[in-house]
Ligand binder design. Sequence first.
Ligand code: MG
Length: 360
Amino acid sequence: MKIERIETAYYRLPLEAVGDAGHGLLDSEELITLRLHAEGLEAHGYTYTIGKGGRAVQAVIDHDLAPILVGQDANDIQRLWNMMWQRLLYVGRGGLAAFAIAAVDVALWDLHGLRDQKPLYALFGAEARDIPAYGSGVDLPKSLDDLLKQTESFMARGFPGVKVKIGRIDPQEDEARVGAVRKLIGPGVDLMVDANMTWTTEQALERGRRLEQFGLYWYEEPTIPEDVKGHARLAQELDVPIAIGESLHSPHEFQRYVDEGAVEVLQIDPITNGGITASLKALQMADAAGLKTSSHYTDELSAHLLSASRNAVYLEKHAFALDPYLQEPQRVVNGHVRPTEVPGTGMRFDESALAPYRDR
Ligand SMILES: [Mg+2]
């Protein structure tokens, strides 16, 4: 299958004002859609940012990746992934380059599904399964009342788990918020917390100890992703499992975490990780090390990927879910999701829903 043409489009999607401790206040998401044409097939990919960097990502795809991909045989995705990684090596090794590679990589997997008439999970050799989903808000700025209202809405959807953002300056505020959510959901629902990289290891240790009384399912991104040793120490010293993965931008970064025992719940995001190919590798590392796995955002692609993971515990059902912009929004049944059954990724954007947000 010869790659004939690649086109991108840029959208800025508004968000309800939300925020977390690491990324601050967020008011928009950038979405870059990609169409890849090969021998009569049109495959779809995409990438996203949380409001910054999207123009550069689109430029890397249009000016650096598309010209080297057109004319290539699309059959060996790993070869093309390696080629993209290698050609961007000097400015890449992760970062923005990973987001650009991901858009192409998603389209390449979609293309294979269209050609073979198989859904994505089947291309991995996996079987579809029901995956528990947890409700996830980007809720650090929310008042306690609004946080509890959000939690109630998650419970109404039957989610077996909910996550709360932490990282308020005053540790007592975090404790009050996490404690109030625990009281509301009772002992039978799993509760995760997410610090979005805001603390030093020492601070993360102290904050983690204060919060362990609430019976947490995991403690996500307690400190910066560069500090592998810090995460390893937290994993060793705290009872609550350490979760990380959304800020790791290559299989190499995942490998360091797994080798150092610095991650206990490995989380994939097939966009930020550098593509489906990269996230699949990370899941294989988790299987080899006997780790639990979960996902960040990317609800639709992750339902396929987690079906290929031995110990997938949760899919994140995210507050920014792309559902309003999809032809077929992901279905949540009794707090669980399943991968789609149509050929390819199953993700098709609703052009009319996106149109008002297109920016040229
Ligand atoms: Mg997170």
